[in-house]
Design a protein around this ligand. Sequence first.
Ligand code: ADP
Length: 528
Amino acid sequence: MRGLMMDMPLLIGNIVRHAERVYPQREVVSLLHDGRKHRQSYAETFARARRLSSALQQLGIEAGDRVATLAWNDHRHLECYYGISCLGAVCHTVNPRLFPEQIAYILDHAADRWLVTDTEFLPVLAGIAKELESLEGLILLAGAGEPSADFIRSLDYEELLAGGDPDFAWPEFDERTAAALCYTSGTTGHPKGVLYSHRSVILHSYAGISADGFGLSARDIILPVVPMFHVNAWGIPYAAPMAGAGLVLPGRHAGNPRALTELLNNEAVSITAGVPTVWQALVDYLDEEGLELPGLERLVVGGSAPSLALIQRLMARGIEVRPAWGMTETSPLGTVNTPARRDAARSDEELVRAGRPIFGIELRIVDDSGQELPWDGQAFGALQVRGPWVCARYYGSEDSAPADWFDTGDVATIDPSGSMQITDRTKDVIKSGGEWISSIELENIAMAHPAVQEAAVIGRPHPKWDERPLLVVVLRDGVEVSEQELLDFYQGKVAKWWIPDAVAFVDEIPHTATGKISKLKLKERLRD
Ligand code: ADP
């Protein structure tokens, strides 16, 4: 017997209709390139998104066409998210921090028809213009840029919108229609495209706003430090209007602790989200300047493992810290670390875990032969996930069989309470004498030493043990510490054979385009 409820497709346009009716005056605040603030309501934002859709349709954009963006977090990029996807086209966000060759590869692979870009990326685009055969032209976001001679057509975004219809009615279509496209960073091999659907975006947004997700409500104002050009800023641009929360978008200033502090305090932000390096820089800045974040209730940290030291420094300021795990292929929210009980205080070990899966995501860990491993907090194995917002296959490989379980490339433990902890990327685990050493755990310990600004642990080839851990550190300004003192710091905290053999002091640790430590580059640099 079939249920007799209404069969309405789960479309991104539904979020718009909801916010237009219920939260039309909620604000979207953007910090512009020149440091000025721009304010507009959800009603204005979505009227402009409708104008964009109608203008794109006039340009000949049809259902399924890819329209790319190369832009920071601001109101215009938000309008693109909705204006492109609600038309039935695919909003393809591109990461400007990638190498030009990677940007060219991605735009070509996705066969994007138009590219909406902030003008500051024009020099990069000019260098690769000849390789972008599918591209019909550019739409320039921030007005100041010179139209580029390297492209056949370049249009001004505001002029385009002026010619669009603010009441444009979006078509209704199947909820499995593609909505957005994001490529993985491709640390090894070519970047791969993850193609989100309207349905996956809506379900992921529900999970995102849930109490043990972001815990987002109409009483909140949320600031995504995570970029809208990577994994949809963790879904916040969809979740905020769904919940009726206000949005604060930091533009190109997301990496500037002074600008962030100003926004968090003056815009009454209650929730924020970003990668550990951003929060590390922010707490250092707050300490130096003697500042506080009195209104900030909650901070979500993910993308790589936050250290216990960082979590404790934030908690000491009265902020609730929620570590979270996910990846491009999981939209990205997979697990969030929140207390599972009202009463007991959490141990240090519990505080740093990546957390429990939010409903919709299933996890398991398996050994080399694919046998599932127990959730005892001890056994570690390859982490696999499945769920309605997990990638079944990559863009361009539609003919391959969809995955039953997605292999994350992470190694993890899961404890009896269902809380997961990443111990490593599969390719970063250190194999010493046939046993595995967790580089993340060793980094976490080093980060607790007061002299250490940033730490990475990599495997160094060893004739007898195969590999041995090498600790690489950047020291805080003006601080000195000996190699022996850092190594002694591990005594009693891990098994003796886990303690690194040596320390390399460096001025800087290389990062990837998504802000993670690039162990590949680090190994290359330290080979000698
Ligand atoms: P990429 O852009 O490199 O594909 P993603 O941005 O998709 O990477 O990041 C996914 C990876 O980031 C995860 O597979 C995991 O290795 C790492 N990661 C994300 N969150 C955490 C976390 N809380 N702890 C440890 N690692 C994390």
